[in-house]
Design a binder for this molecule. Structure first.
Ligand code: MV4
Length: 456
């Protein structure tokens, strides 16, 4: 097992990784920017190293500084958390070259899933459905128009190097497609340094359902069920839950098997997520694979009783998955219990979503049965303006969805943050909505609701 892990991240996920290390009796090194000197992850770790200025490019994205910090402190492995360098294959390679273990999948698996067009063709080869569209990057506008004629309008252009909804354009006619092709290409070139785009049929109102998978070095790959993440605004998730109100056991088994097949196609090791679009007729299509631990992993932890971060560390150290044995055939080594919901609490105006950095003057966290809060916030902490606005995650668990919803409400009512604005009032309004209460949502639902529901 590792002796000392460097956590290449900040905020709640850095604290979460440190917690896992402590339970495994592994020493920890925090890295931090100049703006994060007073952060809780620095206090929680056994050692800390300042790696650069506030701007992420000079600190949390600075590979040279982070590798130097690991070498100076004698760390033997690096956990990247999510965001920043978590899906940077080059970083993973450099670590292995200097003799540090990377807590994540192979650079090859990261690369193959990072190119969304390569990912799609890899997935197709193992018999998992993908949205009908171009077999690879588009060659020209004419190529795009021929393909659009085949699949039918509306179509969606997606950047090969994109993901998470960045660099997408809808087109409803040949005329729109010509304009969208130029726009998408130049946007992708600017945003990702790679102008390649591919085309898909545009699904009208799908759900976003993702399957948590886990692989070990012995080649065992299992899935841990789904998370429903349809409630999003501008591709930012607001609330996630498991199980999905839309899945039957039969559909879950099919999507789980598909996710395991996707992971097997790239010899996946560690924690990963396979994202699907679920159409209202029950058909589902591979969307992307995230090769990291995700923000919403606690939802799966609550319903499976597993510690996914400890599992990541064990697997990276060469140990087999700690759970199982797998019942014959179904790919599971766990039994889900009850229902979990995560509410993302951002330091943002709940109506305009404008960031609200500043000092938290009062903080009270809820507790009690079925309530978990993952946060690095404390009373008196000054939220820096340089990073994303997630300051806490409230995760509630109940025997069923009704109990989880009512625990969510009472926990949100006693989740007190003063000094900055937060998305807590938004969550309370969502919990009042009949569609949310019935689980009748899609990826289109939240933005439509925000336009129509007058803010209180
Ligand atoms: C789609 C789609 C409809 N049709 N692809 C957004 C994130 C990126 N990973 C893919 N996304 C979408 N791809 C086809 N062919 C609709 C979305 C989409 C979406 C997906 C998941 C969650 C929220 C979303 C919000 C808008 C659009």
């Amino acid at each position: 097992m590792f002796q000392k892990i460097l956590v290449a991240n900040r905020g709640e996920i850095a604290l979460r990784v440190i917690a896992a290390c402590k339970e495994l009796s592994i020493a920890t090194v925090a890295v931090h920017s100049v703006a994060d000197r007073d952060s809780l992850h620095v206090r929680a770790a056994d050692e800390s190293v300042c790696i650069g200025p506030a701007a992420p490019s000079g600190s949390y994205l600075n590979i040279t500084s982070i590798v130097a910090a690991a070498e100076i402190t004698g760390a033997d492995a690096v956990h990247p958390g999510y965001g920043f360098l978590a899906e940077n294959a080059h970083f993973a390679e450099i670590l292995e070259e200097v003799g540090l273990k990377w807590i994540g999948p192979s650079p090859d698996a990261i690369r193959r899933m990072g190119d969304k067009s390569v990912a799609k063709s890899t997935v197709k080869k193992v018999g998992v459905a993908t949205v009908p569209g171009s077999p690879g990057p588009l060659e020209s506008i004419e190529d795009a128009m021929n393909l659009a004629e085949g699949v039918g309008y509306p179509v969606l252009l997606k950047a090969v190097a994109g993901g998470g909804g960045r660099g997408m354009r809808v087109a409803r006619s040949d005329k729109e497609l010509a304009a969208a092709f130029d726009l998408a290409t130049s946007e992708a070139e600017r945003a990702f340094g790679n102008g390649s785009v591919y085309l898909e049929k545009y699904l009208a109102e799908p759900r976003h359902i993702e399957i948590q998978i886990f692989g070990d070095r012995a080649g065992r790959i299992v899935h841990l069920g789904e998370r429903e993440c349809s409630l999003q605004r501008r591709h930012q998730k607001i609330l996630e839950e498991s199980p999905s109100p839309a899945l039957t056991d039969a559909l879950r088994a099919k999507m789980g098997a598909a996710a395991v097949a996707v992971a097997k196609a790239v010899d996946y090791v560690g924690a990963g997520t396979v994202e699907f679009l679920l159409d209202d007729d029950g058909s589902f299509y591979f969307m992307e694979m995230n090769t990291r631990i995700q923000v919403e992993h606690p939802v799966t932890e609550m319903v499976t009783g597993l510690d996914l971060v400890k599992e990541q560390i064990r697997v990276a150290a060469g140990e087999p998955l700690s759970f199982g044995p797998t019942p014959p055939g179904d790919g599971l080594g766990w039994r889900p219990q009850g229902h979990a919901i995560e509410f993302r609490i951002n330091a943002e105006d709940p109506v305009t979503f404008a960031p609200s950095p500043g000092t938290i003057t009062t903080l009270h966290l809820p507790g009690g049965p079925g309530v978990r809060v993952d946060t690095a916030a404390y009373s008196g902490w000054k939220i820096p303006p340089y990073y994303d606005s997630l300051i806490a995650k409230l995760i509630v668990h109940g025997r069923d969805r009704e109990e989880a919803l009512s625990r969510g409400r009472r926990a949100l009512e006693l989740f007190i943050v003063e000094g900055v604005k937060t998305t807590i009032p938004l969550h309370l309004r969502l919990l009042d909505d009949p569609d949310v209460r019935r689980g009748r949502v899609s990826t289109k639902w939240l933005e439509r609701w925000l336009k129509s529901a007058p803010p209180r």
